[in-house]
Design a protein around this ligand. Sequence first.
Ligand code: GLU
Length: 407
Amino acid sequence: MVGRKALRTATPLASARRIVVKVGSALLVEGDSGRLNRTWLKALLADLLRLRRRGQQVLLVSSGAVALGRRPLDLTPGPLRLPESQAAAAVGQIRLAHAYKELLEEAGVTVAQVLLTLEDSEQRTRYLNARATLEALLKVGALPVINENDTVATAELRYGDNDRLAARVAQMTSADCLVLLSDVEGLFTADPNRDPKACFVERVLQITPEIEAMAGRASSTHGSGGMATKIAAARFALSAGCHMCIASGHPRHPLRRIESGARCTWFIPASTPLAARKQWIAGTLRPAGALHIDAGALRALRSGKSLLPAGVTRTLGRFDSGDTVSVIAPDGAEVARGIAAYSDDDAARILGRQSSEIESLLGFRGPDELIHRDDLVILPHERGPALPETAAPAVPDQSGPALSGAV
Ligand code: GLU
């Protein structure tokens, strides 16, 4: 579905709570000299700091490691073999991180480097761990600067482009806005360099085969991404309830320009990150286990509260923290589904107890809730018991959520 009218309301960038901005190598690194374009970067960081001053949380996904590592290693322009690009990334990433630290420290902002691999986003425990780290960084006000861990990513197991990595980070952190800054202005119906009838697309509500076809026809000169990876990123973002924007990063202060209505393509999701996450939880086909709750906890859940250990009477099945579990009412009906914050073993040790006792019971300080209300979906009344009393617990799905799924 495509609309070509300009957005009349304030951009989603202005109203977002949490924003992921991705910058491509072609913006950060000067083509001729292979050096970092500090002037451009300073202007971008000024934009990011402006968002932060407005109370918005910002994560930056920055490319540029490979491009910055070429010159010191005397690597000629053109495609690199994998070990060469990994070597270049090792040299370039340290330079990139240094520049971010220097420029952001001047502004009194603590920068945190996070290097992720595909496995970190696809393997459940690593995914949860990465998500918790990013949450912790945002909570203390640090600015996470994220890139793929190119030096260790293998040919088969790598993103290879930061468009999809950025979308995954947006999903992982329940961001409500993702901005992909690169050398393209947005999506065209055809390659504008070749087809005079090509039209600019300002708004996309759904990734249809028509949109996919437009991505196939578009051309982008730099970076690993191109339009196809941007559309793949949009697919992830929309499924996670996250707005996404493709915009040119070339002009100074690109984010400010987007807010003042500069031409760009917006992808508009049908739901919010929280709703998308809840839909994903509700749709889990095989919850890994179950928590039986008492009548008081049932009332609390129905009034929108979290599930505390005090209201749980027993656990069923084997599950890890981060697995989806059923919540079973005293009458045996499945009343809710949610993501357990503790494994079945730990849950069994804290059930019926006050949250203040968790640390002394388990020996570590975890969340107060067994299932946080944001991770909990109350099911419609008619849904029957999910797990028979004697059911063998379903084998927990060890993979992370599917790339196309919302989390
Ligand atoms: N991770 C790569 C780098 O830092 C960039 C990948 C991309 O171009 O999207 O050089």
